[in-house]
Design a protein around this ligand. Sequence first.
Ligand code: G3P
Length: 210
Amino acid sequence: MKLFIDTANVEEIREAASYGILAGVTTNPSLIAKEGRKLEDVIQEIASLVNGPISAEVSEGDAESMIAQGRELAKIHPNIVIKLPMTWAGIKACKTLVSEGIKTNVTLCFSVDQALLAMEAGATYVSPFMGRLDDADMEAEALIRKIADVKALYGYETEIISASIRNLKHVEMAALAGSDIATIPYKVLMKMIEHPLTTAGLKIFADAAK
Ligand code: G3P
């Protein structure tokens, strides 16, 4: 399973990229707003740090305005992926942008039916939200598994990005359920290396080495 980072903070991206395990970046309007910078400026800087897909989300609106904004954002760098909402306008924009060779990520996916629409529209990626399903007491792992099953059954090329990841359990569930990618916040990504027995083992070896 490929690992993306879910942030618009360039310092977090720079560090995560330095470990050599980062395959891409996803952003959303909330993450961009947190940085207090213009979407275009942040995306451009991220593209200079990471050689992989970078999702930039369009503002809500009708299909035509999403398509126009998507075309502009895609001009920033060949790695830009246009993130579109799971609405009919988003699906329509997805179909058009994909036909122009622009990569897309249909976001805010909470059901197999929605994922199916994104896959039929030729989306490069579809993003089911694990944490928000958990918040609503709905089965996150089961959804990822079902989408992965549908993808395999019909040979869709759309890649599944498990998003809204809040903890290590979500990363593990995404991997076991057959997600292609997990997009992980910086803090959770950093925790992936930790285990108390590793810490204890390191101390034993360090003491012995003295
Ligand atoms: O990129 C979308 C996703 O990461 C949102 O996460 O934690 O706001 O549900 P969260």
